[in-house]
Design a protein around this ligand. Sequence first.
Ligand code: F6P
Length: 376
Amino acid sequence: MASKVKRVGILTAGGDAPGLNAVIRGFGKTASLHYGIEVIGFRDGIRGLVENRYLEMNRGTFAGILTVGGTILGTSRDKVNKYVVDGEPQNMVPQVQENLERLEIDALVMMGGGGTAKNAKQLADAGINVISLPKTIDNDIVGTDTSFGFATAMEVAAEAIDRLHSTAHSHHRIILVELMGHRAGWLNLGAGIAGGADVILIPEIPYSVDSVTENIKSRIARGSTFSVIAVAEGARDIQDTADMDAALSLVKSANTPELRGAARTHLANVRDSQREHTFKLARELEASTGLESRVTILGYVQRGGIPCAEDRLLATRLGTAAADLVWQGHFGVLVAARGQGTEPVPLEEVAGKVKYVPIDHDWIATARKVGTGLGD
Ligand code: F6P
């Protein structure tokens, strides 16, 4: 049965990730060449959608981008219902509806992470035909086995840990490498296991300096006078975790504008005081073990560059599956990776949620079995 969909808008939003262009290619080729659907690419995520900045895409624009890092469309982190204009957040859903109607666009495919799923849900609730795709190096999107960008970032981070082993060994040092992953520990746990880190610290397991010190001292006793510690950017020690949780619950419980303002200021101060948590841990371990400590913040190299083969395959599968769903008129869903296939998951099951590492997850048991310290 021919679809009523004739023209589809696509956009990439949130942090860039390896594989975004592979998804654009997978979706674009399937929609345009296989189904004869016109594809319009909005620039810079939600910003281009609101400002009506776009390009008509075709076979030429989908060619040669499979292995290109970043996103040819550009991206941003704007929120469609809290879109900042002259410093004031405004709801831009009506503006988006008007732009899509004027361009005669029948559906919108959004390639983004958890934040984009929220944007997609807001647009779907306004009656727009929307499909979201799981993009993030953090792998923290609920409802999908994994997200594209994660495998490449794990490769990059594991290779960095490999390199740090040789310098730690040569100088008899503790090297702490801070990895991305936002509020979840997936990237740090996966790369830490793959890179053979001696200690892996994730947000889901608040750590104690004493426990980490114990790990290092037992290594020294066995003759290993160096250690490599993979620290998730969201990992915190027990006290900092308690302080952050208290500050977050203060914001949640604030029931007047004054209380909310004060609570938000306090939360910002707590966040600022904890920003250098990996450097603080390095100093504490240097004092408690007597070994020199050095810190490497791996940062944005985990987001850049050519997608690995696994991410190219995943991105192409998700992109083509999204085009199938558009053709079938199946909207209001995230195209989730499920085993060797894909599955549409309703946006309400995804939006506003974070997939954390379960404490009983197999990867945690795996790390413990090979003697990796987890800070507890
Ligand atoms: O979500 C991907 C991510 O790289 C997170 O791991 C990290 O915390 C965040 O984006 C950094 O955000 P920004 O690119 O805005 O600095």
